[in-house]
Unconditional design. Sequence first.
Length: 116
Amino acid sequence: MPHNRRHIEGKFNKVLDALFEKLSLSKKDTELMKFDAKLEQMVENEDGRALEKEQFFIRKKIDEVQNEIFQLENNIQFITNAKKDNPFLKEVQKNIDRHKDELKLWKEKLSKLREI
């Protein structure tokens, strides 16, 4: 049964992604809308355990992303003689920015979860 449910959930998410793409919502907005639907379902089912697991998972992701950002920023400090337009530095900075965006999303999800 759980495998079948995951399969159905996967198909449902693909359909949602296609619809959201047509609405031309940002990836972040799409993520948050799907997350809201997931939370609503947990609340409807009065599944406190699932809500706790979700909160634990999100906190873990926040820690992972924060550690990744810290590591990348720390690595940049060791590259003292590179110019600002160095392609490697630019790529690392882009990676840091991506991680910071991801961190904002995870934190937003956590705050939505705490509102329940």
